[in-house]
Design a protein around this ligand. Structure first.
Ligand SMILES: [Zn+2]
Length: 499
């Protein structure tokens, strides 16, 4: 890739996150090339180093994961890799770190939020990584500015489904980029700072390009707000007097633990937390992070962290929050005394089976979409963002490339200036002000991770469109996506005519 970095400028390369037909394994490279008396010098940072979820589809037996290929940046000193910035703690943005360490690489200093650090250190523990192998971890927060040579990185809070989610404003002499991380614009996030729109507005004249999470762009309007989910849950709980309420939540979305808890509190129901090891792991982290359910409850309700005999005193007046599939172990649930509220799609199918088996009535996200916490913007979020960041070039990421190809007409109508060529993994773009020109194409690769004894080794596999099989079925087909965007456009054109 050194070939294309021959002129001075800022270069951007998605190493994962801009797949042909699916998304996962996020990682993005930013390199400045600057002339000095010795020739051209480089400064590089990487944002995120995730794992690719669908590694089995890459066809290597007994694989444990797949990760983006940043080996060249680690091995070639000329790149002057200063840091890896972590937007948040989800595995598709973070878990590559541990596999690189297990494969014997030394990583540059990491920059991320406190919660991200806690999750990462838990992973170190799980993978038996010793403290001498840990890269330096610098804890950052909203408003921090970190400088490297001619690059400056400002940290901005982002609304997402976990604590300490960040975007970054990366300033260089050639261009200033807003890298959003996973986010929506929702300002109602509980116990977390929402997306820092105030600072984005202040910086808007300075920001040339926005590398933005487009994951949710196939839904119209604004992304569901946390306060909407909270209100919906509260109403549903209040309506079912003298019933036990079961609210399963996704283990990796602790914000839903809190929303469900607040709704139970509002409805004055006691709370029982109950779930898998994973669930308790995240719950424990929340408490360690400083969330005190007791303090929030202020003696208005009782809280149990494990179901036990005390439940008898609760008089059926309680809400069970967690990841559980077995209703009869502790709860003696039946059609007269219980009600279920399922806040996630397929994850809780076994539980739905149990509800059906015992004739327990329940509602789910299929009937009430607002029940699902969602961390990514919908199309309306981007329309709004484009109003804040006027004349900014939008570079979509975290989204299958065909979705971006399909959204162009709609985006243009709504004043979202998209990058001219849809970026694919491993392509290199030179960014000059608001102009992004593709400089080099190389086949995208994934490093499939296998473990031999305690060591990870990597096998390079070319990314094929079929790597996303199954994913398309779960999310959105090319045709459906085209039709949806056509509908969004029509509704706006009609509205435009009326006005
Ligand atoms: Zn995420």
């Amino acid at each position: 890739m050194t070939e294309s970095l021959k002129e001075n400028g800022l270069y951007w390369r998605p190493l994962g996150g801009n797949n042909i037909d699916q998304i996962s394994g996020h990682s993005y490279q930013y390199t400045t090339v600057t002339p000095n008396e010795d020739g051209l010098v480089k400064t590089t940072i990487v944002v995120d180093l995730g794992k690719f979820d669908n590694h089995q589809a890459l066809g290597i037996k007994n694989s444990a994961a797949a990760v983006p290929d940043i080996r060249e940046l680690l091995n070639v000193a000329e790149f002057n890799l200063k840091a890896i910035f972590l937007t948040h703690s989800h595995p598709d943005h973070l878990n590559g770190i541990v596999h690189y360490i297990k494969a014997g690489y030394r990583l540059p200093p990491l920059y991320g939020g406190l919660y991200t650090k806690m999750i990462l250190y838990q992973l170190y523990d799980e993978f038996g990584i010793e403290s001498r192998q840990f890269p330096v971890f610098n804890v950052i927060k909203d408003g921090d500015v970190i400088d490297f040579d001619n690059m400056s990185v400002e940290v901005l809070a982002s609304s997402h489904t976990c604590f300490d989610s960040f975007g970054f404003v990366i300033s260089t002499p050639y261009s200033t980029i807003y890298h959003s991380g996973d986010m929506k614009l929702d300002s109602s996030t509980y116990f977390r700072k929402p997306t820092n729109l105030k600072r984005l507005k202040e910086l808007s004249a300075k920001i040339d390009c926005a590398v933005v999470d487009f994951y949710g762009c196939t839904e119209d309007g604004f992304a569901i707000k946390e306060v909407t989910t909270f209100k919906k849950l509260t109403v549903l709980i209040k309506k079912r007097k003298r019933r036990k309420i079961f609210i399963p939540v996704y283990p990796t979305h602790p914000e839903m633990y809190i929303i469900a808890f607040l709704a139970a509190l509002k409805a004055k129901r006691n709370v029982v937390f109950y779930g898998t090891k994973d669930f308790y792991g995240y719950l424990h982290l929340l408490v360690e992070y400083g969330i005190s359910f007791e303090k929030i409850a202020a003696n208005r309700i009782k809280i149990l962290y494990k179901p036990g005999d005390e439940i008898r005193d609760f008089n059926n007046n309680y809400v069970v929050i967690g990841t559980f599939n077995n209703l009869n172990e502790y709860f003696d649930a039946n059609e007269r005394n219980s009600f279920g509220i399922v806040t996630a799609k397929s994850f809780f199918n076994p539980l739905k089976g149990q509800f059906n088996l015992h004739n327990i009535p329940f509602v789910s996200v299929d009937d009430i979409p607002e029940l699902q916490g969602f961390g990514h913007g919908f199309f309306g979020d981007y329309e709004y963002l484009a109003k804040i960041l006027k004349d900014t070039t939008f570079i979509p990421t975290h989204c299958p490339c065909f979705v971006i190809d399909n959204i162009r007409e709609l985006a243009a109508y709504c004043g979202i200036n998209l990058i001219k060529e849809t970026p694919h993994n491993n392509e290199i773009f030179r960014i000059n002000g608001k102009e992004c020109i593709k400089k080099e194409e190389s086949p995208a690769v994934w490093l499939v991770v296998n473990y031999n004894d305690d060591y990870a080794y990597f096998t390079e596999v070319w990314q094929k469109p079929t790597s996303g099989e199954g994913f398309l079925k779960r999310t959105i087909s090319n045709r459906r996506c085209k039709n949806k965007f056509k509908m969004f456009l029509l509704s706006r054109q009609r509205k435009g005519k009326k006005e």
